[in-house]
Design a protein around this ligand. Structure first.
Ligand SMILES: Nc1ccn([C@H]2C[C@H](O)[C@@H](COP(=O)(O)OP(=O)(O)OP(=O)(O)O)O2)c(=O)n1
Length: 172
């Protein structure tokens, strides 16, 4: 989703917190992106890819709400409808990958048309996900922060580094 670099999120007093950092924008692929500066010893990814900071998840919620209101479509956009619509769009993303071999980061060999198609299908998934969260009254950005804090607790880096095992497989 909309990611910003320069944010350092964690848990303080049992609650997820985020420290402000400057968000960086580039709006283009790896070549146009300056390498992000290391933060708190974090690894700098060699490809240096970041998202642009806008639109935020709230921006997307508002734009889709306007789109839906203008068409009198809320009657069709109940939670179950949105869930099924989102799953259908996930299927459309899958179609782009289904008959290929392993696909490497950056999608080498994909045409511009295929990349554009992927961007559209991923956007459909996100749009329906955000509206589903809205209609279920889930504050998605805050829910994500809490979930990522839980993930860090379940998977301490010092314990699971280099292993893809599920947390239930650890004995201690
Ligand atoms: N009832 C609808 C229909 C469409 N959309 C919006 C949200 C999605 O971003 C996009 C989905 O449009 P389509 O159902 O036409 O699906 P695709 O854009 O994927 O077209 P296709 O199925 O031809 O690939 O439009 C919506 O909010 N509510």
């Amino acid at each position: 989703m909309m990611a910003t670099s320069g944010k350092d999120c964690g848990v303080k007093d049992g609650a997820p917190v985020c420290c402000n950092g400057s968000a960086s924008a580039n709006g283009a692929g790896p070549e146009a992106s300056p390498s992000p500066k290391p933060l708190n010893g974090a690894t700098v990814r060699p490809e240096g890819f970041t998202f642009t900071p806008q639109p935020t998840i709230e921006d997307i919620r508002r734009m889709q709400a306007e789109f839906t209101d203008e068409r009198d479509w809320n009657q069709f956009h109940q939670p179950r409808n949105l869930l099924l619509a989102m799953v259908g769009e996930v299927g459309e993303v899958s179609e782009l990958f289904q008959w290929r071999g392993e696909v490497a980061v950056g999608l080498p060999g994909w045409s511009e048309e295929e990349r554009e198609q992927l961007g559209q299908e991923l956007s459909d998934v996100l749009i329906y996900l955000v509206e589903l969260a809205e209609k279920c009254r889930v504050d998605l950005p805050q829910a994500v922060l809490r979930k990522m804090a839980l993930n860090r607790l379940k998977y301490p880096a010092s314990k699971v580094h280099g292993s893809a095992k599920k947390y239930t497989e650890y004995k201690d």
